[in-house]
Design a protein. Structure first.
Length: 256
């Protein structure tokens, strides 16, 4: 039986992210040549679509999670009116440490190797798009909503499917995390290519590897500790990266 209250809590956590990313998407769609809808109508359509996807993912994660050993003791306890504070503090602590490590290693890799090997126009477009989203959207939509959709929902469902083929829960997890991590990275490509980025091997590789890197951290913490820990990692990834993003883009813009 599905824990309906847990589903409602998760959808509630996603609401700010749905609101902000839908506003951003509606504004983007509004200026397209073939658009015939008002900005408000576009927002309603996009928000309803996102809400449906989130609801589906929360249901999938809540239903299939217990079957493959993926759960969050704090959120489950909260849905039953029994708050386990010690679990929350443990998840926050481990998530903070992992988030700092995840972000710093990626920053060194991106600015030390990847960025200089991407074409200049693609660097400008991708960094501009990230800054246009804003930190609040990156935290709520990226850090919270994406974790609930891709990790709690999609990863859990894929892990369950793979578990039907192998008795090893560890094998099911690692195959699922790589598959969903790669898919997560590929899902980011159409938007930046549409904006003018060149689909070079370095652009594709950076999108896939960057998102896979975050997926490995978040997925492992979801598996071992809970969803809150995964969310903390993803939020800190954006918070720590943001100052570098702003500073380097400002310098790049001045050089154009």
């Amino acid at each position: 039986m599905v824990n309906v209250f847990l589903c409602l809590i998760l959808v509630g956590l996603c609401t700010p992210g749905i609101w902000l990313i839908s506003k951003y998407a509606a504004s983007d769609l509004f200026v397209e040549k073939d658009n015939t809808l008002t900005k408000r109508a576009l927002f309603i359509v996009v928000a309803a679509q996102n809400l449906f996807i989130v609801a589906l993912c929360t249901f999938a994660g809540t239903y299939f999670g217990p079957k493959v050993g993926l759960k969050d003791h704090f959120l489950t306890g909260l849905s039953h009116g029994n708050v386990i504070w010690s679990d929350l503090f443990h998840q926050l602590w481990i998530g903070t440490i992992a988030g700092i490590v995840c972000a710093l290693i990626w920053i060194v890799s991106y600015y030390g190797f990847i960025r200089s090997r991407m074409d200049r126009e693609s660097v400008f477009i991708t960094e501009q798009l990230r800054l246009e989203l804003g930190l609040a959207t990156r935290i709520t939509s990226g850090g919270i909503t994406e974790e609930i959709m891709f990790r709690w929902g999609l990863l859990t469902f894929v892990m369950w499917l793979i578990s039907l083929l192998t008795p090893s829960r560890s094998a099911s997890f690692w195959i699922a995390i790589v598959m969903t991590g790669v898919l997560f990275g590929i899902a980011h490509l159409p938007g930046v290519i549409k904006k003018g980025c060149k689909a070079t091997p370095m652009l594709i590789g950076s999108a896939v590897l960057g998102n896979l890197w975050v997926s490995l951290f978040c997925g492992f913490l979801l598996w071992q500790y809970g969803l809150i820990a995964a969310i903390v990692v993803h939020i800190l990834f954006h918070v720590i990266w943001y100052p570098w993003d702003r500073a380097t883009f400002k310098k790049l813009s001045a050089e154009r």
